[in-house]
Design a protein around this ligand. Sequence first.
Ligand SMILES: O=C(O)CCC(=O)C(=O)O
Ligand SMILES: [Fe+2]
Length: 370
Amino acid sequence: MRNGSKSVMEGSVLLEGSVLLASVTSTLTPVTSNLIKSNVSKETFNDLYKKRRPIVLRGVDIGPCVERWTVDYLASKGGDREVKIHVSKTSQMDFINKNFMYRSLPFSELVKRASKTKQEEYFAEETEKYYLRALGDDPRKDIADIRVQFPNLASDINIPPFFPEEKFFSSVFRIASPDLQLWTHYDVMDNFLIQVQGRKRVILFSPSSVNFLYMNGDKSEVLEIDTVDTFRFPLFSKAERYEVILEPGDILFIPALWFHNVISLEFGVAVNVFWKHLDDSMYDTKDTYGNKDPLPATRAFQITDRAIKALEEMPAEYRDFYARRLISRIEQKAVNHGDKSDDGFHSDKPDDEFHSVKLDDEFHRVKLED
Ligand SMILES: O=C(O)CCC(=O)C(=O)O
Ligand SMILES: [Fe+2]
């Protein structure tokens, strides 16, 4: 599938008296079955890896975790270490209105609660939902590694040796209540999302769709991605969108910069592994989450902020004129329009659309953690 999501229904919502209130487009995507590859060897993965496109590796031996990781087993082997969690009253976590809370629970208790839809003990309400992204002991300093934080469980999972060990960055436990949805975001490292228990729907958007996703830092402000408010987000339907349903045992390769939005269709247990695609020197050594932009990108943002300040020294008509010249320079020199496919990011897409660089969104960036 190429060139945008395939809308199955478009329509408008009418207020009484026929005042047009909002136009809503349902953008349910058909499952992209050609993303699934069975029994992939290391050699085949190496070839696929160069294409820089997401794939689901099905049938790779991820170890005994698929049979072993029941709720009781996870609770007893994972132990009672305190973990930081997101607690949400609704399925859809909203990072803009912060409709969730940060709390902590013993790991064993978190697992038990996340596996149920109604709680006996709860923070806010009995139907609240939980999301764990297990981090290092001190998230400001330590990088998550399940071999260190959960050695008794880590021995049950094989991380496929499909990337050089020295490129490993982190391994993160992802545990979610049924129906919980994590907002659309990108990460800056390559990623194996290893689904161990529960089915999960993942919607992916290509990095070249960034200007259609209404970014706020590393996250998209479009939360309702299946029923998009097209008045607020008119460009969203142009984003190149893919959908996969992960089954237990599947590994989703998410290349760095590919956007993903995740719904746990059932109680979900996953481990994701981030590894470095670029040279080590490109990454911020203070980045414990794996979501800080590469250093040259950060530098480019800072320089651009300075450029904006310089433009602001001039009256509006000059500022506007030179801003347009700058944008066109960046477009000509740095934006790939699909004709130069040597970087592997725009393989074979003759119909790649021209995406103009949108200044306002990008320069007031707020970095929020997911
Ligand atoms: O599966 C999840 O809970 C989140 C996945 C994700 O954002 C990641 O692996 O980077
Ligand atoms: Fe992610």
